[in-house]
Design a protein around this ligand. Structure first.
Ligand code: SF4
Ligand code: SF4
Length: 235
């Protein structure tokens, strides 16, 4: 029998492939009525290849979908399955409905995984903002984490200067200007076609300037999709 403690579940989540895990109470989410704890699970996306997006049709809707979400969903489902095998109730988040269940950025801050930076993203000490989140609802009573006390966004405003559209700045985050939008207006589609890289008609690289410009947790190196993007520009 698996010992159901916060520490044991965090270890298990790490073995499954999550890079950071925190626990918050059910009052911070809108999960199933039996929820007693919510696991907030993070995956580092140091390589932009994890953030590439595909054009797909799902339940009659055509939309862009991010590859890393599939990894988060698969790992979350695997963790939920192990917990259910131990007699717990456990449901992992799917991204189709995630907004109605939980605000992942607020949950990550509450779980002590990072702080909200000037780029409006969650900045973690290890990976900066290069991290994506999911959640898992369970009826296990787990020890909860608390928000961190240090504020390690450096207030350097590099992210503001790097944003190609002015979507982030002293005024905060303006979603209508952000070219990472999944359900774009015709005007935004035109802006995306001008500013984003499309390796194929059905794939595109998401704008990551507000992530990659952040010095917190920055890793050196040239990653696969940087090479693809620079080749596409030259071609
Ligand atoms: S994703 Fe791009 S457009 Fe959106 S806020 Fe970040 S840098 Fe700006
Ligand atoms: S680039 Fe600077 S201001 Fe922006 S989130 Fe990172 S540390 Fe904070």
């Amino acid at each position: 029998m698996y010992e159901v403690t916060s520490a044991a579940i965090k270890t298990l989540a790490g073995q499954i492939g999550f890079d950071k895990v925190g626990v918050i109470g059910p009052e911070h989410a809108n999960g199933p009525s039996w929820t007693r704890s919510v696991l907030v699970l993070a995956l580092a996306t140091l390589d932009a290849a994890l953030d590439y997006e595909m054009y797909i049709e799902y339940n009659g809707r055509r939309r862009w979908y991010k590859f890393v979400y599939t990894i988060l969903e698969a790992q979350g489902a695997r963790l939920a399955r192990v917990l259910r095998e131990e007699g717990l109730r456990a449901e992992a988040l799917t991204f189709e409905d995630s907004f109605s269940f939980i605000d992942l950025r607020m949950a990550a801050v509450q779980a002590g995984l990072g702080v909200r930076g000037l780029n409006d993203l969650v900045i973690t000490p290890e990976y900066g903002p290069r991290v994506r989140f999911t959640a898992l609802f369970t009826d296990a009573e787990l020890e909860q984490d608390q928000p961190v006390r240090d504020y390690y966004c450096l207030n350097c405003t590099r992210c503001w200067g790097a944003c190609p559209t002015g979507a982030i700045g002293p005024q905060g985050f303006d979603r209508s200007q952000c070219i990472a939008e999944f359900v774009p207006t015709p005007e935004m589609i035109a802006r995306q076609q001008k500013l984003l890289t499309f390796p194929t008609p059905a794939t595109r690289l998401q704008c990551r300037f507000c992530l990659d410009s952040c010095p917190v947790g920055q890793r050196q190196g040239t990653f696969y999709f940087d090479v693809v993007a620079s080749s596409a520009k030259k071609g």
